[in-house]
Design a binder for this molecule. Structure first.
Ligand code: COA
Ligand code: AMP
Length: 638
């Protein structure tokens, strides 16, 4: 344990929430400007497990932008754009942000977008991505942001599920080693999808000019110029109306449409900025993630803006754009008070700058805390970051589903002692418990299923988009009365949680959540593949990386090395570069139980040199030895 002060208001705050959750959230709701304030705080009878603030009326854009301009923050920077991949930098004040958001909202309205309509946002890390999200929120439209690293097929799946009226996109995204033209991907996705949006708005970037189809594709600059100066008021919406849908990996290829509401989302995020991140309005808060992920939604766009902070939209990587000092430059130049990123980013920096030489070149005196999330923070990385940055390094655990911290170390309430490897303790709102497979509580220090006693707090998903039954089946059915996080973990005597692994087929690659089931579906579509299994194997940089095992159909004479290459290309083509699928291994057969279940868990343990037991139900024990030989022959775990 490191030596922070144990004096913290956390225990009192958590006890106050537990004693009267409704009073706690009613108090937190005062941070929000409501068109009609909540009279009812929680309706236990609505939705699959209840709904927060069911009778309140509000608008998220009003709270994130308009009210700050009205209250004197107009000249404060709302968004700082820093793009080492293009060399561009810009500062957008709250007043300017309001003008831009109104103009895009007007343009969307001109194209027929109204309250309740869906809009897909497929954008790189440019300020216009945040403008698009806020413009939707202003109209009461529901945005669904799709990460730029996904392939056309993934985009098509989301188009069919969300059924957007309009898609907002850009001509390109920029990776350090290549420029990705988005328009051909977008065209392919629209052609593949059954649902046809009414049109697109495309931001033309100087690096690539997208070919626009007149009457269907609209130039961002033109349509916003046309709508500029018009007053586009914030549409009153119910607190329970959806603000956005964010698709995340499920255990199959069909992603889950996580729904976020307006009211509860604002209340929990506003509370978190001071209590968890310890920042005050006016300070600079930076989450180096992507708007395509939940961290980007909550902590690049909504929470900092709702709280009146300055946020940073960073278009670059922790290393190579141009060097491992990029993060420190941005922190020093912008006086960042709190910084949030994924452990994998730190591992990448540590690898290139082990002695912290670049860190020493910048004045980081503004930085008070480093926050890590997205994957298990390994103690080595935390200790290195603590030593080099000389600020507390705070791990916190959450999910796309929750939208904010389940377990964390609430810096604003007084930091708790840090235990390496633990994201610390349950936040108010979450009654976190660890139970065995039969649903019984386990003793402190024992590994089990981490669950949250219902109801979930404000901002957590009320359901899945158009899929209440899938929501119930995925999260509520296995342990009645609880939300299943699908993480396995331990709670110690002090209530500290240790999140160890997923209990489903989801892997975490460079802080990105990916479905092995989805990859298996792609591998199985190859004409030469009879069956397959994908597992996540330990990766020193990315935490995990996917590894596919394939059994070829009888009679296939093609060179297996060629097929493996095709399979790698196929996953990249169908899911996207972000899947980072670089390893396919041809084997004679897969290890299975007598009932035919592939022993993926045992394969993963063998690959990672973890302790494993021969499953009693195994069909042929020799198959595991064969897998071990195949794995080691490719240098995994050697
Ligand atoms: N658009 C298109 N392609 C993208 C992309 C995007 N927005 N983001 C990533 N990719 C591509 C990458 O270029 C790479 O392609 P390649 O195989 O041709 O090299 C591939 O997807 C895999 O990307 P990634 O796993 O991110 O690896 P990387 O080597 O590019 O970068 C890290 C490694 C660690 C630097 C990077 O993953 C990182 O910064 N991770 C932090 C993640 C994070 O913030 N997560 C949010 C939770 S807090
Ligand atoms: P995502 O929905 O992409 O944010 O991924 C959520 C999953 O990432 C969780 O269910 C965990 O498995 C993992 N995760 C996120 N944060 C942490 C953390 N701080 N420690 C351990 N695992 C984490």
């Amino acid at each position: 344990m490191s030596s922070q002060s144990a004096a913290s208001r956390y225990h009192d705050t958590y006890a106050a929430w537990k004693a009267d959750p409704q009073a706690f959230w009613a108090e937190a709701a005062k941070a929000i400007d409501w068109f009609e304030p909540p009279k009812t705080i929680f309706d236990a009878g609505a939705g699959p497990y209840g709904r927060w603030f069911p009778d309140a009326v509000c608008n998220t854009c009003h709270n994130a932008v308009d009210r700050h301009v009205a209250n004197g923050r107009g000249d404060q920077a709302a968004i700082i754009y820093d793009s080492p991949v293009t060399g561009a930098k810009a500062t957008i004040t709250y007043a300017e942000l309001l003008v831009r958001v109104k103009a895009l909202a007007g343009a969307l309205a001109d194209l027929g977008v109204a309250k309740g309509d869906r809009v897909i946002v497929y954008m790189p890390m440019v300020p216009e991505a945040a403008v698009a999200m806020l413009a939707c929120a202003r109209l009461g439209a529901i945005h669904s942001v799709v990460f730029g690293g996904f392939a056309a097929r993934e985009l098509a799946t989301r188009i069919d599920d969300a059924q957007p009226k309009i898609i907002v996109s850009a001509s390109c995204g920029i990776e350090p080693n290549r420029t990705i033209a988005y328009k051909p991907l977008l065209d392919e996705a629209i052609a593949t999808a059954t649902h046809k949006p009414a049109g697109t708005i495309i931001l033309q970037r100087p690096q690539v000019q997208a070919a626009l189809t007149p009457g269907y594709d609209h130039d961002w600059a033109e349509v916003t110029a046309k709508a500029a100066g018009r007053d586009v008021p914030c549409e009153p919406v119910k607190a329970t109306d959806p603000l956005y849908i964010l698709y995340t990996s499920g255990t199959t290829g069909a992603p889950k449409g996580v729904v976020r509401d307006n009211g509860g989302h604002m209340v929990a995020l506003a509370w978190s900025m001071k209590a968890i991140y310890g920042v005050d309005p006016g300070e600079v808060f930076w989450a180096a993630s992507d708007v395509g992920w939940v961290v980007g939604h909550s902590y690049i766009v909504y929470a900092p803006l709702i709280a009146g902070n300055t946020t940073i939209v960073f278009e670059g990587k922790p290393v190579g754009t141009p060097d491992p000092g990029t993060f420190w430059r941005v922190i020093a130049e912008n006086k960042v008070a709190a910084f949030f990123t994924a452990p994998t980013a730190f591992r990448a920096i540590k690898k290139e700058d082990p002695n912290g030489t670049f860190i020493g070149q910048y004045d980081l005196s503004s930085l008070r805390t480093l926050f890590l999330a997205g994957e298990r923070a390994d103690p080595d990385t935390i200790k290195w970051a603590e030593e080099k940055l000389k600020v507390p390094v705070v791990d916190h655990w959450w999910q796309t589903e929750t939208g904010w911290t389940i377990a964390g170390n609430p810096v604003g309430l007084g930091i708790l002692p840090i235990k390496y490897g633990s994201p610390t303790v349950a936040m108010p709102g979450y009654d976190v418990q660890v139970i065995d497979d039969a649903g019984h509580p386990v003793k402190p220090g024992t590994l089990g299923n981490v669950v949250v006693k219902l109801p979930l707090p404000p901002a957590c998903l009320p359901t899945l988009w158009n899929a209440d039954e899938r929501f119930r089946a995925s999260y509520l059915a296995e342990f009645p009365g609880y939300y299943k996080t699908a993480d396995a973990g331990i709670m110690d005597e002090d209530g500290y949680l240790f999140i160890m692994a997923r209990t489903d087929d989801i892997i975490n690659v460079a802080g990105h959540r990916l479905s092995t089931g989805g990859m298996e579906e792609v591998l199985a579509s190859h004409p030469d593949v009879a069956e397959c299994a994908v597992i996540g194997v330990h990766d020193a940089l990315k935490g995990q990386s996917p590894c596919g095992f394939v059994v070829l159909k009888a009679g296939v004479t093609k060179d297996p090395a060629q097929i493996e290459k095709e399979l790698i290309g196929l996953v990249r083509d169908k899911i996207g570069a972000v899947a980072a699928f670089k390893l396919a291994i041809t084997v004679e057969r897969l290890p299975k139980t007598r009932s035919g279940k592939i022993l993926r868990g045992t394969m993963q343990k063998i690959a990672d040199h973890e302790e494993w037991k021969m499953p009693a139900t195994i069909d042929d024990p020799a198959t595991l030895a064969e897998i071990e030989t195949a794995i080691r022959a490719r240098g995994i775990g050697v």
